[in-house]
Design a protein around this ligand. Sequence first.
Ligand code: SF4
Length: 453
Amino acid sequence: MSTETVISPAPAADPAPAPKISFVSLGCPKALVDSERIITRLRAEGYELSRQHEGADLVVVNTCGFLDSAKEESLASIGEALAVNGKVIVTGCMGAEPESITERYPSVLAVTGPQQYESVLAAVHKAVPPKHDPFLDLVPPEGIKLTPRHYAYLKISEGCNNRCTFCIIPSLRGDLVSRPANDVLREAEKLVTAGVKELLIISQDTSAYGLDIKYAASPWKDREVRAKFLDLTRELGELGAWVRLHYVYPYPHVDEVIGLMAEGKVLPYLDIPFQHASPDVLRRMKRPAAQEKNLDRIARWREICPPLTLRSTFIVGFPGETEQDFQFLLDWLDEASLDRVGCFKYEAVKGAVANGLGDAVPEEVKAERYHRFMQKQQAISARRLKQKVGTRQQIIIDEVGPTVSRGRTKGDAPEIDGNAYVSSRRPLKVGEIVTAKIERADAYDLHGSVVGF
Ligand code: SF4
């Protein structure tokens, strides 16, 4: 679940030595956005990024604390940074429980929590003071992006008002705090102007956007835009980039957004973490929109927008999950016929309410259910993918190869979904959007040739 992002240094533009920071970004796209903000500020203040801990003036580790395995990875990264460099500041999700870090590593210089940008910067200033003159001109107006230049994550809110029993994110990140619509749109527009072709909209609960600020309108161009999921999505769809929606829950108002997908305003793609299907497990998980008739809803969405790609994630082996619950989930998968699915074995996260909600499912049963789940879903995904063979698809190019380039269709998000491998009679460019004829599909990926530029 946790990934480490290697951060490449920006070219130095000032002959005088600037303090060098080595930055490690762990965890999900939301943590990556936090890293981008911190790095943008550091670069604005004249700090440089170093590719290695060795020789840097300081190391900042942005940690992930979602699962115990992610915490271990974070602790290992801190240990490595201390061993190689010695001067380390820790931030991110694990910073919400500072003692879990300082007990093992008392020599870390500072520990700050998620989204505490000012505290991280204050800690950096204390450890390695910035150069006197901030050379703001070194920073591009869209900030420093850690994703390739042609796509960017756009965070529309922080925190979460839900209390899913397996999740400790609300205790780490707090309740929902939405950004005003014009603030999000300004950032999105800057990104598009800087060459970003695809905006990946993220938050903990995208469909709840604006609830905390009572959907307040803010001025944008010649109009007012409400902080509402539908209104914001419509405006984002006007910016001329692909807009992909992540972490949406199946509330009734999502239906309206499917209409925008049918009109081609935003990508016909929905990342919607169902986590389970058995009503009893969903109730004990306390999932948002658990009461909705999700199969009916999916059928209606596909009626409104037939090319819709649905991605989801599930947890097997939730405490108290019976064989009957699990069988219900398998049958539901057959009916739902989702395109892309991730599956996790339940992991007892320290502090999660779910740990006490039923008998723990033995590890071997979890493993066996995981295997059955994946087998079933792989067949469904492969069948769905095959339906694309013979069609023409727009492909955004992620990596250029000598004969074949790797890209993605509108139905594939970067890093989590499959790829489309396309051959072309003229060299392609990263970020270019081409039309390809799909000739073949395997379990996860598509293969074809470019027929239009
Ligand atoms: S919606 Fe549930 S799983 Fe997602 S962040 Fe909120 S509480 Fe956690």
